[in-house]
Ligand binder design. Structure first.
Ligand SMILES: Cc1ncc(COP(=O)(O)O)c(C=O)c1O
Length: 369
């Protein structure tokens, strides 16, 4: 008799479930608190683009109809804004949705992936669930080590994932490093450049905005979740050579993203006022946080994003800090799950949240020192 095959593939049963941050209601109950500040998921603390909210509120959506599967109106709008053809644009259920489509479109079982060891956990979950061999290359000083990544390229390599800036470190690689790296990447290897935090980073002169140098084997991913404040709607977009987009369009879920998400994004993309305000407030509050951390001699990684990562001497110290903040109503992100167990990530809040967080931080250090 044939040995029975297990229902669950071994690469799935070996996975550990993703542990999400605590829910606000859970923390309130557990610590008997009335007010909670969630600084754990790199969301926009100013809320959503008002233009997007208006367009949804005033719309007459036919909820019984499926969405436009080609996403024509939004793709056209994005194509016009970035001066590319509609054939170069893809939409998805968040940029993670597009990552998932990329993996299903281009990877076969004997291919290999390369990425960085402590980078975006969403990609790690997808890579591990795919069962495809992935080489996780260590970072250097909390930055992508691009020369080390190129050394892992071999005949089986099909995909390289780079988040620029990175989450959870907030660091970015510059134009020179990226150009040097691309010289080592054959054109039959696809590079995902995940620019979820692009709008926060773009004003750094040496930041390599991938739209300015289009390689035929690079796919740029961006999102409406961060600067536009539409994380719950799940909508992201990507740019690539039309041959790649054409194949992705065959594989993506036919009706992603939803009609509501597409409608909101069509208006959000014009909301320059909200984008500017979000960038400005983030910058001001980040500077305030840096100053306070410096005063307390707390070590942090300089960030080009809307979050800052603190580095402690031990995982116990990091855990103690994070747990202590939780008891005061501040939810931060312990980066143990990212493989950085001595690090805690703070998403930058709005003015009120930042001031309250810094007050709690002051009290905490006054009491422990
Ligand atoms: C680097 C990076 N890429 C992608 C995403 C997910 O974006 P989306 O909401 O568009 O799926 C995140 C979210 O935290 C992120 O940090």
């Amino acid at each position: 008799m044939n040995k029975k095959r297990d229902l669950v593939p071994s690469h799935i049963s070996k996975l550990k479930p993703y542990i999400a941050g605590k829910r606000i209601e859970e923390v309130k109950k557990e610590h008997n608190l009335l007010n909670i500040i969630k600084l754990a998921s790199n969301e926009n603390p100013l809320g959503s683009s008002p233009l997007a909210i208006d367009s949804i509120s005033n719309s007459n959506i036919d909820f019984h109809r499926y969405p436009d599967s080609s996403g024509y109106n939004l793709r056209k709008k994005i194509a016009n804004k970035f001066e590319v053809k509609i054939e170069n644009v893809i939409l998805g259920n968040g940029s993670e949705g597009i990552m998932s489509s990329i993996m299903r479109t281009f990877l076969s079982s004997d291919d290999e992936i390369i990425s960085s060891k402590n980078s975006f956990i969403g990609f790690r979950v997808l890579a591990n669930a795919s069962g495809i061999k992935t080489n996780w290359v260590p970072m250097k000083n909390y930055k992508y080590d691009l020369p080390a990544i190129s050394k892992f390229i071999n005949d089986k390599t099909k995909l390289i994932y780079l988040a620029n800036p990175d989450n959870p470190t907030g660091t970015y690689f510059n134009k020179i490093k990226f150009d040097d790296f691309m010289k080592n990447v054959p054109d039959n290897i696809l590079v995902i450049l995940d620019e979820a935090y692009f709008e926060y980073a773009k004003d750094n002169e040496d930041f390599p905005d991938s739209m300015f140098y289009r390689y035929d084997n690079v796919i740029t991913l961006r999102t409406f979740s961060k600067i536009y404040g539409l994380a719950s709607l799940r909508i992201g977009y990507g740019f690539a050579h039309e041959r790649l987009i054409n194949n992705l369009m065959k594989v993506k879920l036919p009706f992603e993203p939803s009609t509501v998400a597409q409608l909101a994004a069509i208006s959000a993309i014009d909301d320059d006022k909200f984008v500017k305000k979000s960038i400005f407030e983030n910058k001001i509050n980040k500077i305030k946080i840096y100053e306070s951390l410096k005063n307390k001699k707390l070590n942090y990684i300089e960030s080009a994003t809307n979050f800052v990562t603190l580095t402690f001497n031990s995982s116990d110290e990091a855990k103690y800090f994070c747990d202590s903040m939780l008891t005061k109503g501040i939810i931060l992100r312990n980066l143990k799950g990212f493989g950085l167990d001595t690090c805690i990530r703070i998403s930058i809040g709005n003015k009120k949240e930042t001031n309250l967080f810094l007050k709690i931080l002051d009290d905490f250090y006054f009491n422990v020192t």
